[in-house]
Design a protein around this ligand. Structure first.
Ligand code: SF4
Length: 321
């Protein structure tokens, strides 16, 4: 159960607060359950290593997975893992204390990558690339040692869309962040169960649950400026044009290769007139009629155009929702 002790701004009546909190909890469980089902992220017998950084996203990930674990028919284990990189001022007792109160298995891996990064990277240069490479290698090793079959990360909808835009703007690639992938060393399956969850819901959930957040500026690194700008852009769109950001995520599930320009993805050279009318054929000369953004976004159950129908194991049924 969610307590009514954490009112949102502008709300004061405990009944309203409890109702809103309960709605938020259901929405988070529904979105995470749906993503897990859609991409078969977790299956019977899995041992899922949940990477915890001490930020709102990974706390929420663990919290929601524990809720789904209690009621999903699939049997799976969760083990929380934090990598203490020995950044100055890192409060090493916060996560273990929190995890003990949850009563779930956990492992704290302590590796002084901070000193390595400081030694190798010249003062004033960004440390993130080497830091995250070292972190990745250590987490893969820990996953192997713990016998984890999946590694769960706390990236959410807005992280995915920011990555999509950054790759377009700066990398000249149409490439987001996959909800499920094989790790670069080929050994692990990495999953992102928060793939459908908007960041604003995670911010609220962290307040509701009063997670003991560890500030993310301990290493003194500045947030990637371009990522921040793109994040601001998405937040602004979300405020001014409700539905637009949701539709961007849906668009990633509705790709039409024949209407992009990647010759590796679609055989443009082989296009020939068939002489037969095509019901969903392209009008070519006409401007495409666009549906209203809000109308599409409201259709939450709209199935992706491609891909197999999903087996519902983790998602709430409409009666439960
Ligand atoms: S922000 Fe700090 S902890 Fe995170 S990747 Fe960069 S250097 Fe590492």
């Amino acid at each position: 159960m969610v307590s009514a002790a954490a009112p949102f701004a502008g709300q004061s009546r405990p009944m309203d607060v409890a109702f809103e909190n309960r709605k938020l909890e259901k929405r988070l469980c529904r979105l995470v359950g749906q993503a897990i089902d859609d991409y078969r992220m977790i299956e019977d017998g899995d041992r899922v290593m949940v990477c915890l950084s001490g930020g709102k996203d990974s706390y929420s990930l663990l919290d929601i997975l524990m809720r789904l674990q209690r009621r999903a028919p699939a049997r799976f284990e969760l083990i929380a893992v934090n990598l203490d990189q020995r950044q100055p001022g890192f409060p090493a007792d916060v996560l273990p204390n929190y995890l003990r109160t949850l009563g779930i298995p956990f492992h704290i891996e302590t590796q002084d990558t901070y000193s390595i990064v400081k030694k190798v990277i010249p003062e004033g240069k960004t440390m993130c690339s080497l830091c995250s490479r070292l972190r990745r290698g250590i987490l893969y090793r820990v996953a192997r040692e713990l016998g984890a079959t999946k590694i769960a990360l706390g990236h959410h909808r807005d992280d995915i869309l920011q990555t999509l835009l950054l790759n377009m703007f700066f990398g000249a690639k149409l490439k987001g962040m996959p909800p499920k992938l094989v790790s670069d060393n080929g050994e692990h399956v990495v999953i992102r169960p928060l793939a459908y969850v908007p960041e604003k819901d995670l911010i609220r959930w962290a307040q509701v649950r009063a997670f003991p957040i560890i500030p993310c500026n301990l290493c003194g690194s500045q947030q990637h400026l371009q990522r921040k700008q793109v994040g601001d852009l998405l937040r602004e769109w979300d405020k001014r044009f409700p539905g637009r950001v949701d539709n961007m995520l849906k668009a990633l599930q509705n790709v039409v290769p024949s209407h992009l320009m990647d010759r590796g993805l679609y055989d443009f050279a082989g296009v020939r007139a068939s002489g037969r009318p095509q019901a969903d054929g392209d009008l070519a000369f006409d401007e495409e009629e666009l549906p209203a953004a809000a109308a599409l976004a409201a259709d939450e159950d709209a199935a992706p155009r491609h891909g197999a129908a999903t087996r519902r194991v983790f998602a709430l049924t409409p009666e439960e929702d």
